[in-house]
Design a protein around this ligand. Sequence first.
Ligand code: FE2
Ligand code: FE2
Length: 287
Amino acid sequence: MSRTFIGTDEHKELFCRQFIDTHDPYDPKKTPWPELSGDALERLRGMPFWSEAISTETEVAKKVEALVPVQTDPLLREAIALQGFEEERHANLLAEMLRHYQLAEPTVSFDPLGPDPYWGFLRTGYGECFDSFFAFGLFSLAREVELFPKPLIDVLEPVVQEEARHILFFVNWVAWERAQQPWYAQPIHAGRCGLAMGAQVWTRIKTAAGLAMGGDDGEEEDDFMLGVQEALDISSSPAKVVATCIRENDARLAPFDDRLLRPKFVPGLARIAAAILGARGGLGVRD
Ligand SMILES: [Fe+2]
Ligand SMILES: [Fe+2]
């Protein structure tokens, strides 16, 4: 991929068009929810994170939608509005699932929007880069160990693939936006992105430390996937979890045009972790 392509009108057309053209027009109200056995229903009811999941999706939707009115480019505006719609649809799909299987009514809560929609979108985008990477792997492991019946996993599959589209769009949007800035402003843009990403790293370190000590640090928003990983308690070794996340991340991003950028930071960290765990014979640590 040519570096000179990044930041061009052609680049913008490509990442927006790929995003818009791969939109799946499903309607959560028409979801063919499969019949679940008593066991599967109990497992679903026993999972403590549904309210948090719906709150997270709703908050992400609001932050994404907040960028739409300030976005002057019509194609970018259309793509960002579509992402907002998809995030809200994730919340609606989960709410439909809770209703259908008569799970407890969710308690939806989220922080009010901040004053700067651009900052909100940056924070949210980097958060999605973290959460989606782990969601890809955990979703695959849940399928492998048949945590839920296959038809239910299939119903939730579009949500996971949509997150792959979101992070692909986000990293290309960040690179395109930076390229539009004059040379002297580009380091400031890079610094803001670093801060937004650093904030996400920090919340995850806090949560991971809290979980390692068997506590709850009270974070509800940005570290949702770490909580999910703990709640699912999929009995795989850390090495297997990391390897699955890497494999699934690569597979989910593979169908998109090679000229588009891919998220690098989280997969890069994961590859380092995989190498360390592999060298220490990490396979089987938790098995
Ligand atoms: Fe989402
Ligand atoms: Fe998303």
